[in-house]
Write a protein that binds this ligand. Sequence first.
Ligand SMILES: [Zn+2]
Ligand SMILES: [Zn+2]
Ligand SMILES: [Zn+2]
Ligand SMILES: [Zn+2]
Length: 627
Amino acid sequence: MPGEMRGGCEAGGGERCGIVLGEKMEGEKQPAPSEGLFADGHLVLWTLCSVLLPVFITFWCSLQRSRRQLHRRDIFRKSKHGWRDTDLFSQPTYCCVCAQHILQGAFCDCCGLCVDEGCLKNADRRFQCKEIMLKNEGRALDAMPHHWIRGNVPLCSYCVVCKQQCGTQPKLCDYRCIWCQKTVHDECMKNSLRNEECDFGEFKNLIIPPSYLTSINQMRKDKKTDYALLASKLGKQWAPLIILANSRSGTNMGEGLLGEFRILLNPVQVFDVTKTPPIKALQLCTLLPCYSARVLVCGGDGTVGWVLDAIDEMKIKGQEEYIPQVAVLPLGTGNDLSNTLGWGTGYAGEIPVAQVLRNVMEADGIKLDRWKVQVTNKGYYHLRKPKEFTMNNYFSVGPDALMALNFHAHREKAPSLFSSRILNKAVYLFYGTKDCLVQECKDLNKKVELELDGERVELPNLEGIIVLNIGYWGGGCRLWEGMGDETYPLARHDDGLLEVVGVYGSFHCAQIQVKLANPFRIGQAHTVRLILKCSMMPMQVDGEPWAQGPCTVTITHKTHALMLYFSGEQTDDDISSASDQEDAHLLFLSVGLQAFCSIRTTWELGSSADAYTRPPQLDDSVSGDGT
Ligand SMILES: [Zn+2]
Ligand SMILES: [Zn+2]
Ligand SMILES: [Zn+2]
Ligand SMILES: [Zn+2]
């Protein structure tokens, strides 16, 4: 039967299969060498693939990205716009070319155009940026139409025609003039407005109009220098402002500020001092009418000093009548000079940049004493030239200079550690308290002689002497006044007088900083001479510390700087009260640290010499309190 036959056959096949299978299984138990290698090879191949493929994809993507970046940078370099990349726009943004909603792309930090990557080239060709000078030289000085750009108007702006809010619709809409910052609805934009002359808006007294520079250029060609005539057309109130910003100050906040000022003013009057040194940038003042220019320095006290030095150089060059008045926008922390002048200790964006400009317009001109600090090393009178510094803030010898010196040294080693404000202060105080144990400045009164206006002063048992020009010291502490519970002669920064105080130690310094103790007031003088008889001592001028051997330090009046004093509301009231709290916390922290260190020292001393030594710094705090 075929069925049986099939069955038998199947059975037979099964048997055969069984044999074959059995053989195969035997074969698997002991694989032929070539077959095993093949399987291993497979595994290796797959592993390689799974590892290499992502690597390759990542590599390819980054290659593409860097190629795109190169292309973009090429456009950036050739462009008249000030393009900047951004990974995320801070407000809802629409591309000025394709009108799509975009999250990332580029913006111009002069005119404010926003664009996505794909439309960049197109936008660059199509739209004109802020022209710092007019090309058409024949045009009259006061005739310049608005320069409108469409879309992305600032939040909370109002239409000049209907007075309703602008830019509220979720699309590319409404216009802003890049000079006067006026905004107008699409539907309110009329031909008359398109041809209207631009009056440069709220900050017209601070802006250098492009036409002014064009006319100056023409006058220079004709060898005329009567700039005042030109300026008279711009009104009596016109006092152009030059921005000198340090883009590295205040954890790179300067960079963003530069852009914001370029938007509000003529980009030609905004300088990054890390790229154009102040002495070069200030030459713009010589193109402005005499005694009219103002400068806003954005940076720390160090940057202000740098600019004031450049201004002194202008005096030497005989450009006295072009010297500007100086206002400060403090970046970073602990800016005592700017604090003294009413500009606060540090700006972190609490008020909009436009408000900063309004404050500058309101500020009053005052004088600031600048001092010459001459350090003559002992024994080198005729061999070496004495070191010379210019001092705006303060000179000191002793614990606070040591703190600055230690701080400086450690910041150089690990700059990334010092980017936070609170950490900075903690580290600063730690070095202060650490110094209590080292006592490097002990018995200062036996090591130095102090002369005020030529008269020798007897000193009590001090560790440090601080000579002040300005009201604030140590990041916002009024040193001369102390706690204000004793009467004291008035201190000014333009009276040609220095205030001299003493401190009993670094812990005393910390106590003064949080208003728990008064400094020892030594007196006021026109000239201060300090003779260091022996040993190395830490010294500092305006926060620049160094270690100094035996020497004579002479401080004499050098010159006056013209500054702007802001008497209005302080911009950082909340912050200063917050920083007071911060200070108080840090004092406790430092006291704790000190206690810990002293216990450790006692223990170490105790284990080595078997004698109990009282922690020395506690003595200091008691004597500091007592006086
Ligand atoms: Zn686009
Ligand atoms: Zn632009
Ligand atoms: Zn305008
Ligand atoms: Zn309108």
